[in-house]
Design a protein around this ligand. Structure first.
Ligand code: XMP
Length: 311
Protein backbone atom coordinates (compact mmCIF):
# COMPACT_ATOMS: atom_id res chain seq x y z
CA UNK A 1 0.00 0.00 0.00
CA UNK A 2 1.37 3.41 -0.87
CA UNK A 3 2.09 5.68 2.03
CA UNK A 4 -0.50 8.40 2.54
CA UNK A 5 1.36 11.30 4.13
CA UNK A 6 -1.71 13.46 4.76
CA UNK A 7 -3.55 10.66 6.54
CA UNK A 8 -0.47 9.82 8.62
CA UNK A 9 -0.09 13.48 9.54
CA UNK A 10 -3.68 13.83 10.67
CA UNK A 11 -3.42 10.73 12.80
CA UNK A 12 -0.16 11.79 14.45
CA UNK A 13 -1.37 15.32 15.17
CA UNK A 14 -4.39 13.85 16.92
CA UNK A 15 -2.21 11.39 18.85
CA UNK A 16 0.27 14.05 19.98
CA UNK A 17 -2.57 16.32 21.12
CA UNK A 18 -4.14 13.46 23.02
CA UNK A 19 -0.89 12.56 24.78
CA UNK A 20 0.51 16.02 25.46
CA UNK A 21 -2.78 17.83 25.91
CA UNK A 22 -2.15 21.36 27.10
CA UNK A 23 1.27 20.58 28.52
CA UNK A 24 4.55 21.99 27.31
CA UNK A 25 6.63 19.61 25.20
CA UNK A 26 10.20 19.88 23.98
CA UNK A 27 11.52 18.72 20.64
CA UNK A 28 15.30 18.50 20.18
CA UNK A 29 16.30 19.49 16.66
CA UNK A 30 19.74 18.91 15.19
CA UNK A 31 18.95 20.40 11.79
CA UNK A 32 18.74 16.93 10.24
CA UNK A 33 15.68 15.92 8.23
CA UNK A 34 14.03 13.72 10.89
CA UNK A 35 14.26 16.13 13.78
CA UNK A 36 13.16 19.11 11.67
CA UNK A 37 10.13 17.24 10.30
CA UNK A 38 9.37 16.12 13.83
CA UNK A 39 9.53 19.71 15.14
CA UNK A 40 7.21 21.01 12.40
CA UNK A 41 4.78 18.13 13.01
CA UNK A 42 4.77 18.64 16.77
CA UNK A 43 4.28 22.37 16.27
CA UNK A 44 1.24 21.69 14.10
CA UNK A 45 -0.18 19.69 17.01
CA UNK A 46 0.85 21.81 19.99
CA UNK A 47 1.48 25.31 18.65
CA UNK A 48 2.76 27.57 21.44
CA UNK A 49 3.14 24.63 23.81
CA UNK A 50 6.03 23.30 21.75
CA UNK A 51 9.59 24.42 22.37
CA UNK A 52 12.16 23.41 19.78
CA UNK A 53 15.48 22.90 21.46
CA UNK A 54 18.67 23.21 19.48
CA UNK A 55 21.47 21.74 21.53
CA UNK A 56 24.64 23.35 20.29
CA UNK A 57 26.94 20.51 21.31
CA UNK A 58 29.99 21.83 19.44
CA UNK A 59 29.56 19.01 16.91
CA UNK A 60 27.42 20.80 14.35
CA UNK A 61 28.26 21.84 10.83
CA UNK A 62 29.38 25.37 9.97
CA UNK A 63 26.83 28.11 10.79
CA UNK A 64 24.24 25.45 11.59
CA UNK A 65 22.91 26.72 14.95
CA UNK A 66 21.99 30.11 13.48
CA UNK A 67 20.57 28.62 10.26
CA UNK A 68 18.38 26.06 12.03
CA UNK A 69 17.08 28.54 14.60
CA UNK A 70 16.21 30.93 11.76
CA UNK A 71 14.15 28.30 9.90
CA UNK A 72 12.26 27.30 13.06
CA UNK A 73 11.60 30.87 14.17
CA UNK A 74 10.43 31.88 10.69
CA UNK A 75 7.70 29.26 11.10
CA UNK A 76 6.74 30.79 14.46
CA UNK A 77 8.16 27.88 16.45
CA UNK A 78 9.40 28.88 19.90
CA UNK A 79 13.10 28.01 19.70
CA UNK A 80 15.79 27.81 22.35
CA UNK A 81 19.48 27.40 21.49
CA UNK A 82 21.50 25.85 24.31
CA UNK A 83 25.25 26.12 24.19
CA UNK A 84 26.48 22.96 25.83
CA UNK A 85 29.65 22.24 23.85
CA UNK A 86 31.88 22.08 26.97
CA UNK A 87 29.71 19.30 28.47
CA UNK A 88 29.98 17.19 25.33
CA UNK A 89 33.72 17.67 24.90
CA UNK A 90 34.23 16.82 28.55
CA UNK A 91 32.24 13.60 28.14
CA UNK A 92 34.13 12.65 24.97
CA UNK A 93 37.59 13.51 26.27
CA UNK A 94 40.09 10.68 25.93
CA UNK A 95 37.53 8.28 24.42
CA UNK A 96 38.45 6.45 21.22
CA UNK A 97 36.22 3.39 21.05
CA UNK A 98 33.25 4.11 18.71
CA UNK A 99 30.57 2.63 20.95
CA UNK A 100 32.04 4.21 24.08
CA UNK A 101 31.94 7.56 22.26
CA UNK A 102 28.36 7.00 21.11
CA UNK A 103 27.23 6.10 24.60
CA UNK A 104 29.03 9.11 26.12
CA UNK A 105 27.27 11.31 23.57
CA UNK A 106 23.90 9.71 24.26
CA UNK A 107 24.27 10.08 28.01
CA UNK A 108 25.25 13.75 27.79
CA UNK A 109 22.47 14.38 25.28
CA UNK A 110 19.75 12.98 27.54
CA UNK A 111 21.17 14.63 30.65
CA UNK A 112 21.00 17.95 28.79
CA UNK A 113 17.43 17.22 27.73
CA UNK A 114 16.50 16.19 31.27
CA UNK A 115 17.75 19.54 32.59
CA UNK A 116 15.92 21.46 29.84
CA UNK A 117 12.68 19.59 30.56
CA UNK A 118 12.91 20.71 34.19
CA UNK A 119 13.83 24.27 33.33
CA UNK A 120 10.95 24.73 30.88
CA UNK A 121 8.56 22.62 32.97
CA UNK A 122 7.90 20.43 29.97
CA UNK A 123 6.15 17.13 30.39
CA UNK A 124 7.10 15.48 27.15
CA UNK A 125 10.03 15.13 24.85
CA UNK A 126 9.01 14.63 21.22
CA UNK A 127 11.79 13.17 19.14
CA UNK A 128 12.38 12.20 15.54
CA UNK A 129 13.62 8.63 15.93
CA UNK A 130 12.90 6.67 12.74
CA UNK A 131 12.70 2.94 11.98
CA UNK A 132 16.29 2.63 10.71
CA UNK A 133 17.66 4.05 14.00
CA UNK A 134 15.85 1.39 15.99
CA UNK A 135 16.79 -1.48 13.67
CA UNK A 136 20.51 -0.62 13.74
CA UNK A 137 20.60 -0.15 17.48
CA UNK A 138 18.63 -3.30 18.26
CA UNK A 139 20.76 -5.19 15.74
CA UNK A 140 23.79 -4.03 17.78
CA UNK A 141 25.36 -2.46 14.70
CA UNK A 142 25.68 0.92 16.40
CA UNK A 143 24.02 2.67 19.29
CA UNK A 144 22.06 5.45 17.63
CA UNK A 145 21.87 8.43 19.94
CA UNK A 146 18.08 8.55 20.14
CA UNK A 147 17.16 4.95 20.91
CA UNK A 148 16.51 4.18 24.57
CA UNK A 149 13.37 2.29 25.54
CA UNK A 150 13.66 -0.11 22.59
CA UNK A 151 16.88 -1.41 24.12
CA UNK A 152 15.69 -1.45 27.70
CA UNK A 153 16.85 1.99 28.92
CA UNK A 154 14.03 3.73 30.75
CA UNK A 155 13.92 7.40 29.64
CA UNK A 156 12.63 8.25 33.14
CA UNK A 157 16.27 7.75 34.19
CA UNK A 158 16.70 11.20 32.64
CA UNK A 159 13.29 12.46 33.81
CA UNK A 160 11.84 12.17 30.30
CA UNK A 161 8.60 10.87 28.82
CA UNK A 162 9.36 10.37 25.16
CA UNK A 163 6.96 10.51 22.20
CA UNK A 164 8.23 9.26 18.81
CA UNK A 165 5.75 10.07 16.04
CA UNK A 166 8.04 9.00 13.17
CA UNK A 167 9.33 5.75 14.62
CA UNK A 168 7.54 3.50 12.11
CA UNK A 169 8.85 5.38 9.06
CA UNK A 170 11.93 5.23 6.85
CA UNK A 171 13.54 8.33 5.38
CA UNK A 172 11.57 8.57 2.08
CA UNK A 173 8.28 8.69 4.00
CA UNK A 174 9.69 11.19 6.49
CA UNK A 175 10.45 13.46 3.53
CA UNK A 176 6.86 13.01 2.28
CA UNK A 177 5.62 14.17 5.68
CA UNK A 178 7.90 17.20 5.39
CA UNK A 179 6.33 18.03 2.05
CA UNK A 180 2.80 17.50 3.38
CA UNK A 181 3.64 19.88 6.23
CA UNK A 182 4.49 22.57 3.69
CA UNK A 183 8.14 22.69 4.71
CA UNK A 184 10.60 24.12 2.26
CA UNK A 185 12.14 21.53 -0.06
CA UNK A 186 15.60 22.63 0.96
CA UNK A 187 14.79 21.43 4.49
CA UNK A 188 13.02 18.11 3.90
CA UNK A 189 15.22 17.13 0.95
CA UNK A 190 18.37 17.97 2.87
CA UNK A 191 21.04 15.35 3.39
CA UNK A 192 20.55 13.40 6.61
CA UNK A 193 22.74 14.56 9.47
CA UNK A 194 23.18 12.25 12.46
CA UNK A 195 22.22 13.34 15.98
CA UNK A 196 25.77 12.88 17.32
CA UNK A 197 26.87 15.20 14.52
CA UNK A 198 30.48 15.46 13.51
CA UNK A 199 31.42 13.04 16.32
CA UNK A 200 30.38 10.21 13.96
CA UNK A 201 33.03 11.45 11.51
CA UNK A 202 36.02 11.77 13.79
CA UNK A 203 37.98 8.60 14.45
CA UNK A 204 39.94 8.69 17.68
CA UNK A 205 39.36 11.40 20.25
CA UNK A 206 36.67 13.95 19.55
CA UNK A 207 38.03 17.31 20.71
CA UNK A 208 37.47 20.91 19.56
CA UNK A 209 40.68 20.98 17.53
CA UNK A 210 39.86 17.82 15.59
CA UNK A 211 36.19 18.74 15.12
CA UNK A 212 37.27 22.07 13.65
CA UNK A 213 39.27 20.22 10.96
CA UNK A 214 36.39 17.95 9.99
CA UNK A 215 33.91 20.84 10.07
CA UNK A 216 35.96 22.84 7.57
CA UNK A 217 36.42 19.79 5.33
CA UNK A 218 32.70 18.99 5.53
CA UNK A 219 31.78 22.49 4.36
CA UNK A 220 34.08 22.05 1.35
CA UNK A 221 32.72 18.58 0.49
CA UNK A 222 29.10 19.75 0.82
CA UNK A 223 29.68 22.84 -1.31
CA UNK A 224 31.20 20.80 -4.15
CA UNK A 225 29.06 17.64 -4.05
CA UNK A 226 25.56 18.83 -3.14
CA UNK A 227 24.90 19.65 -6.79
CA UNK A 228 25.12 15.90 -7.54
CA UNK A 229 22.29 15.40 -5.04
CA UNK A 230 23.75 12.39 -3.23
CA UNK A 231 21.86 10.79 -0.36
CA UNK A 232 24.63 11.93 1.97
CA UNK A 233 28.09 13.43 1.52
CA UNK A 234 30.60 14.54 4.11
CA UNK A 235 34.21 14.46 5.29
CA UNK A 236 35.78 12.15 7.85
CA UNK A 237 38.92 12.67 9.90
CA UNK A 238 40.98 9.53 10.34
CA UNK A 239 42.96 8.77 13.44
CA UNK A 240 46.12 7.94 11.51
CA UNK A 241 48.42 10.54 10.06
CA UNK A 242 50.55 10.57 6.91
CA UNK A 243 53.76 12.21 5.80
CA UNK A 244 53.35 15.04 3.36
CA UNK A 245 55.30 18.00 2.07
CA UNK A 246 53.91 21.50 2.42
CA UNK A 247 55.79 24.64 1.32
CA UNK A 248 58.89 22.50 0.73
CA UNK A 249 58.89 21.14 4.28
CA UNK A 250 58.05 17.77 5.74
CA UNK A 251 54.59 17.75 7.26
CA UNK A 252 53.20 14.80 9.19
CA UNK A 253 49.54 15.64 8.88
CA UNK A 254 45.97 14.48 9.05
CA UNK A 255 44.06 12.34 6.57
CA UNK A 256 40.59 13.34 5.40
CA UNK A 257 38.25 10.90 3.69
CA UNK A 258 35.54 12.12 1.34
CA UNK A 259 32.40 10.00 1.77
CA UNK A 260 29.44 10.27 -0.59
CA UNK A 261 26.71 7.65 -0.89
CA UNK A 262 23.49 6.89 -2.70
CA UNK A 263 20.73 5.25 -0.71
CA UNK A 264 16.97 5.15 -0.29
CA UNK A 265 16.53 4.35 3.36
CA UNK A 266 20.10 4.28 4.76
CA UNK A 267 19.90 0.52 5.35
CA UNK A 268 22.06 -0.12 2.28
CA UNK A 269 24.18 2.36 0.31
CA UNK A 270 26.43 2.62 -2.74
CA UNK A 271 29.31 5.05 -3.22
CA UNK A 272 28.44 8.01 -5.46
CA UNK A 273 30.18 8.00 -8.83
CA UNK A 274 31.65 11.46 -8.26
CA UNK A 275 33.32 12.89 -11.38
CA UNK A 276 37.08 12.88 -10.90
CA UNK A 277 37.38 16.65 -11.48
CA UNK A 278 35.08 17.28 -8.52
CA UNK A 279 37.16 14.99 -6.30
CA UNK A 280 40.29 16.81 -7.43
CA UNK A 281 38.75 20.18 -6.67
CA UNK A 282 37.71 19.07 -3.20
CA UNK A 283 41.20 17.73 -2.57
CA UNK A 284 42.80 21.01 -3.67
CA UNK A 285 40.53 23.10 -1.50
CA UNK A 286 40.97 20.92 1.57
CA UNK A 287 44.76 20.83 1.30
CA UNK A 288 44.89 24.58 0.62
CA UNK A 289 42.46 25.71 3.32
CA UNK A 290 43.22 23.27 6.12
CA UNK A 291 46.93 23.35 6.97
CA UNK A 292 46.68 20.31 9.26
CA UNK A 293 45.73 17.99 6.36
CA UNK A 294 48.25 16.26 4.10
CA UNK A 295 46.14 13.58 2.43
CA UNK A 296 42.64 13.31 0.97
CA UNK A 297 41.05 9.95 0.07
CA UNK A 298 37.76 8.86 -1.52
CA UNK A 299 35.82 6.04 0.13
CA UNK A 300 34.52 3.43 -2.34
CA UNK A 301 32.84 1.07 0.11
CA UNK A 302 29.15 0.20 -0.05
CA UNK A 303 26.92 -0.58 2.93
CA UNK A 304 27.17 -3.44 3.73
CA UNK A 305 29.87 -4.33 4.56
CA UNK A 306 30.67 -0.72 5.47
CA UNK A 307 28.21 1.62 7.22
CA UNK A 308 27.60 5.16 6.07
CA UNK A 309 29.18 6.94 9.03
CA UNK A 310 32.57 5.97 10.48
CA UNK A 311 31.68 5.14 14.07
P1 XMP B 1 25.07 4.18 9.31
O1 XMP B 1 26.35 4.84 9.65
O2 XMP B 1 24.55 3.31 10.42
O3 XMP B 1 24.01 5.35 9.17
O4 XMP B 1 25.09 3.45 8.00
C1 XMP B 1 22.70 5.19 8.67
C2 XMP B 1 22.03 6.55 8.69
O5 XMP B 1 21.79 6.92 10.04
C3 XMP B 1 22.47 8.13 10.36
N1 XMP B 1 22.99 7.94 11.73
C4 XMP B 1 22.38 8.46 12.81
N2 XMP B 1 21.32 9.26 12.92
N3 XMP B 1 21.61 9.25 15.27
C5 XMP B 1 20.95 9.68 14.16
O6 XMP B 1 20.01 10.47 14.29
C6 XMP B 1 22.68 8.44 15.24
O7 XMP B 1 23.23 8.09 16.27
C7 XMP B 1 23.10 8.04 13.92
N4 XMP B 1 24.10 7.24 13.49
C8 XMP B 1 24.03 7.20 12.14
C9 XMP B 1 23.56 8.27 9.31
O8 XMP B 1 23.94 9.62 9.11
C10 XMP B 1 22.88 7.65 8.10
O9 XMP B 1 22.02 8.56 7.46
Amino acid sequence: MTFNAKRFLKKKIKEIRKIAGRNVALCATSGGVDSMVCAFLAHRALRKNLIALFIDDGLMREKEPQAVAKILRAKGIRTVVLNTAPDFFKALKGKEDPEVKRKAFRDTFYKTLGKAVKKYQAKYMIQGTIAADVIETKGKIKSQHNVLSQIGINPMKYGLTIVEPLVTLFKPDVRKIGRALGMSKSVYQRMPFPGPGLATRVLGEVNPRRVKIVRKATAIVESEITKLRPFQAFAVLLKDQATGVKKGRRAFGNIIVIRSVESKNAMTAQPTKVPFEILERIQRRIIRDIPEVTKVLYDLSPKPPSTIEYI
